[in-house]
Design a protein around this ligand. Sequence first.
Ligand code: PRX
Length: 667
Amino acid sequence: MSSSTASSSAIESVLVENRVFPPSAATVKAARVSGMAQYQAMCEAFDKDFEGTWARLARENLVWSKPFTKTLSQGSKPFYKWFEDGELNASANCLDKHVGTPIENKTAIIFEADDGAVTKVSYKELLAKVSQFANALKAQGIKKGDRVLIYMPMTIEGVVAMQACARIGATHSVVFGGFSAKSLQERIIDAGAVAVITANYQMRGGRELPLKAIVDEALGMGGCDSIKTVLVYQRTATACNMVAGRDKTFTEALAGQSTVCKPEQVGAEHPLFILYTSGSTGKPKGVQHATGGYLLWARLTMDWTFDLQPNDIFWCTADIGWITGHTYVAYGPLAAGGTQIVFEGVPTYPNAGRFWQMIEKHKATIFYTAPTAIRSLIKAAEADEKVHPARSNLSSLRILGSVGEPINPEAWMWYHKHVGGERCPIVDTFWQTETGGHVITPLPGATPLVPGSCTLPLPGISAAIVDEMGNDIPNGTGGILVIKKPWPSMIRTIWGDPERFKKSYFPEELKGYYLAGDGAVRSADRGYFRITGRIDDVLNVSGHRLGTMEIESALVSKTDLVAEAAVVGRPDDLTGEAICAFVVLKRSRPTGEEAKQIANELRNWVAKEIGPIAKPKDIRFGDNLPKTRSGKIMRRLLRSLAKGEAITQDITTLENPAVLDQLAQTN
Ligand code: PRX
């Protein structure tokens, strides 16, 4: 909880935002959670009987092969356990459950490839695919408890791979296809994975990008001896290197495998997956989620937040490499028996009207995307009327969603007007990799909306704003966002590092509350939450979470060139935050063209170390970094410099004031 970034302008704007958009009477009437009175009654049920209410929901919404008798075990706080003695299988809860019901022939996934080709699979077909793949995994000797790393493009096969792991009780760890070989290698080693599931290439924006070659590079870096098998999906016709004895194509692995596979029943606390995310220190953390509690929340939030109805066509644009793609692509929509769109490509190819054209083509009813995408599509639509949403028929839409970063009121208003036709509620869902699913969000048929506010906690989620000692603070005052009581889909631990889990999320001074890592403020009138940004050294660039120290470590690992580096975020109109790196080189400070060229070299280096998403936008060179006399880097000052602000802070303790002018210059 160092360096506060809670911006005072964001806090001011929540106080002045007075536009309110209540749901229409018709929306309220038709919704699963119908009106604020029902929302309040649901919250009160938890107040009256917290465990009893969770137990009832878990029994009603999941299929248990062995019913649980214990709801919440608090014996080893903060390592909470939910439904501990119950047994279930996540894949059975997403697929088998629907087969033998009218849903079995319903389309589970409408897949649209980068080039526009469409493939559909029904629930019955998906179950057969998952079962066959699960059998192929077993044939490779992969078993319950093993970790399997998935490095796949957005495809039906990506979802199948995740579901197949769940089916046999293997814990998957999906790594986003934009991460580098080095990032992949680190995650393979940390998870102790036995297999990698990948594709030869991925298609993005008409370009064929290698995946298998990056896997080969990662495995060649050493330390990955635990990997015995690499399964390769041939996404394109281009050949890739295959290592005899280790690598198999999907076709080879699936040959002769039965399309029936009995799901392996696991304890509710069995780790369903590990997903790596950035924290305040250099090393990404493996967020571990449990099977029962996670799945329950994925299922419930589909009903509550998205009001999923039998005829809905749900579209979450997130990649399966992120938590949003786990909960609202790979698990939630399937557990709820919905029809969803899975999209391989990018929003700007072949043109920036792609999302709107796809909504029209597939008659999407619920559309869930990130503010960054919205902001870039606003810009594109303003520049070229041909890609404006008005060019597409969006009348099928009934609910819009936003996720991953704060949505600025201007973008909210545009989304509401031009995409939602002023009739679709926008659910601005606040949550995190660690929370497993939504925690603070409007409900489309209940909550009056305020642009830029994620409004109120979901029933069962005791979100609050406190001071540094965990004391409640009044509405209208910014503070630290916490969740006071445990909930079923919460992070269980950091894989292999329980101490870091305790320290990061349950610091002693906060009375045992879960520390989200964000600052927030509640409005004085309605008590609505607005997230003001991270209070730790985590950046949010285009909805992607990155640690400043992770990027600093990458920069200083270029030992022939870099002596020291400090990274901060600065506000950016398009990407929310932008990465700004202050670098001291081992040679003299470069200027002009040379500075530009070295800055580019460093950007490419970071892309190679972490992934292109971590490339600093600004790189600035100084003879030194601004430090106090005790040698501490003055990050507060760097933040002002990054923003281009005049330095008004007290710099009397600054050792070397002359570097400030140097560091004010961008390259
Ligand atoms: O800072 C918050 C921001 O994204 C962080 C979580 O990032 P990640 O674990 O990658 O998960 C993103 C997808 C759930 C949070 O700590 N964040 C997420 N949603 C919102 C948000 N900030 C403001 N408003 C949101 N709706």
